[in-house]
Design a protein around this ligand. Sequence first.
Ligand code: NAG
Ligand code: NAG
Ligand code: NAG
Ligand code: NAG
Ligand code: NAG
Ligand code: NAG
Length: 407
Amino acid sequence: MTRNFLSIFLLILSVNFVASQGNLDSGFVKALTSFAIQLFQEVTATISDNAMISPLSVQSILSLAMYGAKGETKLTMFDTMTYSNFKNVSYETVEKNFKELVNNFTGSRALVMAFKIYATNLFQISPEFQQIAIDSFSSEIESMSFSYEDTTPEKVAAYINAWIANKTRNRILDAVSPYQFEKLNSTRLVLVNTIYFKDNWLIMFDSGATHRDKFYINAKKYIMTKFMVKSEDYLYAKFPELNASALILTYEKSPMEMIILLPNARTGLNTLKQNLQTIDWNSKSVKKRFKITPTDLKIPKWQFEFNIELKDYLKNMGMLLPFSELADFNGIFESLDNKTNSKISKVIHKTFINVNERGTEASAASVMTMEATSLTLNPQIFHVDHPFIFMLRYYNSICFIGQVTQF
Ligand SMILES: *[C@@H]1O[C@H](CO)[C@@H](O)[C@H](O)[C@H]1NC(C)=O
Ligand SMILES: *[C@@H]1O[C@H](CO)[C@@H](O)[C@H](O)[C@H]1NC(C)=O
Ligand SMILES: *[C@@H]1O[C@H](CO)[C@@H](O)[C@H](O)[C@H]1NC(C)=O
Ligand SMILES: *[C@@H]1O[C@H](CO)[C@@H](O)[C@H](O)[C@H]1NC(C)=O
Ligand SMILES: *[C@@H]1O[C@H](CO)[C@@H](O)[C@H](O)[C@H]1NC(C)=O
Ligand SMILES: *[C@@H]1O[C@H](CO)[C@@H](O)[C@H](O)[C@H]1NC(C)=O
């Protein structure tokens, strides 16, 4: 499968716990899902090639940065991440819930999340920001020189990439390029988040049964690709209001689950995507709609990596101020004046996915650079032979979501 012929659209959604099961606040969980779907729609509206993003990774570094922001900049970030749309979600709630989430990941056998902050050694990090970064996000903080006298863009990029490669078991390589540190001496802060997930399916596919078959990229046109097949009991649900049906695949060690959302029509993907928000994916009623159903399952294998600069997408979603010269990130460094003020310059995002007979391996890295301001009996047929959406969920809630459009 060459990359050019593969047009799978994946979205890693937030890891969401259903209120009844998780220790997370329901408003926080809903904000993660809401931001995830919005970012997915925003990104997929402009890219038709393969793509995968991890909204959770993106939202976690944006949230961390938010605690260094002040005034309107902080409010804008809170609003754009949709926290303000939900009852009882405050800055304190967000911090408390990320702490819970990161701790939960740390105790998980299949899912790993890590944070790192590289800060300029020109200033002292403020104690408040440092405390939130370490206590709530379990971030490592390293003070370093971004001066041309001490280093080069190449060295800085290689240094950060080595950390990311280590945390993603070498699945995310060369996340940042030296070109992103062109303005090296105005770099103030680099915030990094990584997520790594690997687990086997609870019910593996038999590789001997995998065979080439047709995947319809539109109503009539198809391409040949490898399909995995299995006749088993799966959790299956119809979503007539979305003109789609859905199936859940579960994993061996982790409570993660993958949800495949298949439009009824071969050309139904865009409509499905537009209507994703009409379902409350965190609700118990959605969960109840999935019934154990004997199913004749046929699903393609896929693998690719993807990278994207998210700045313009985030700006389209309303996050303008934090990227502008008027940004106020005076909470990051200790300062009595505004000499230490910074703005977000880039949000680089890179992901990897591999879905095969054994299971799933998915990984993501987000790198935010901040720089100085200028300054039934009949088996249910479920043949995934045309564009579809899938999600990976952790504790009943969306964890990863994606879309496959062509090969
Ligand atoms: C993660 O959260 C779930 C749901 O609340 C809980 O059952 C599980 O024990 C937690 N795991 C860790 C390691 O905290
Ligand atoms: C919001 O918080 C109040 C007070 O703690 C509580 O009574 C209420 O049930 C909460 N609402 C939601 C939607 O969580
Ligand atoms: C990551 O770094 C740790 C500590 O240096 C090392 O033990 C581990 O093998 C590294 N992992 C990878 C995948 O490079
Ligand atoms: C960074 O370096 C460039 C040239 O190397 C110089 O023109 C610029 O003034 C420097 N900026 C700062 C903030 O030191
Ligand atoms: C639902 O999909 C069917 C094809 O299966 C199509 O004929 C119909 O127009 C779709 N309805 C909506 C509301 O999109
Ligand atoms: C620092 O910058 C912020 C935002 O631009 C502004 O509101 C504030 O008055 C400035 N503070 C000082 C001491 O200049």
